[in-house]
Design a protein around this ligand. Structure first.
Ligand code: 3NM
Length: 211
């Protein structure tokens, strides 16, 4: 995948916003979001047919603007929707198994924050890794302590060349630190999903980083 696709990577599920997620996503894309992940997790998250329906609708917004649509964790849903990609965590199905289930064209992302995890992701053919939490976050209920941008710097020093996105607590004021550490992009939920004006929030985030 092109590294630029990861530059402003927006993640959202129905419980990350009090507005209509379809409108939030469209506005975010207008503001410059380059990649989207559908992450339906945590309290009040949709399941079953409702989860699928919202996924389908969000994907059609992405398609309209040719922004890749990636499904978090739910490999079956990614396959069913013909999503552009799937993102898995360390506690989810191993990428090796996921790869056997999905079309070879599908983008695969993995959460990895240690050198071993990053090397394993690379070995198993991940297209990118997500490293976090960069900073304190209230969005993920089971988030661990922040590891900071220096973690990305260390992975780069250890010759991890995979595309990397930083995640967790990223906002306008700290985004460039993540890029300076060696990331190809910033991924975030609340800085856009909770913003009064998601389009403007996305634009300011995009403008706050340079490579
Ligand atoms: N994963 P916000 S942190 C989904 O560290 C997620 O792997 C994380 O939300 C990780 O941008 C996180 O609102 C939450 O902080 C990101």
């Amino acid at each position: 995948m092109k590294r630029e696709t990861l530059s402003l990577y927006f993640i959202m599920g129905s419980n990350n916003t009090s507005e209509d997620p379809l409108i939030v996503l469209e506005q975010a894309i207008m503001g410059g979001v380059t990649c989207f992940q559908y992450r339906e997790k945590g309290s009040g998250a949709l399941t079953g047919i409702e989860k699928e329906k919202l996924g389908r609708e969000l994907m059609s917004v992405c398609r309209k603007y040719q922004v890749p649509f990636i499904v978090n964790d739910d490999v079956d849903l990614a396959i069913k929707l013909k999503a552009d990609g799937v993102h898995t965590g360390q506690d989810d199905q191993p990428l090796e198994e996921v790869k056997k289930m999905i079309p070879s064209s599908m983008i695969t992302g993995v959460s990895a924050k240690t050198l071993d995890e990053a090397r394993e992701a690379e070995k198993q053919g991940a297209d990118y890794i997500g490293v976090g939490p960069m900073f304190a976050t209230k969005t993920k209920e089971d988030a661990e302590a922040p590891v900071g941008p220096s973690t990305i710097q260390q992975l780069r020093r250890q010759k991890i060349t995979l595309p990397i996105v930083g995640i967790g607590g990223i906002e306008v004021g700290n985004a460039q630190q993540v890029i300076d550490a060696g990331a190809d992009g910033i991924s975030l939920i609340s800085a856009i999903s909770q913003a009064k004006d998601p389009e403007q929030a996305a634009r300011l985030l995009r403008e706050s980083i340079s490579f």
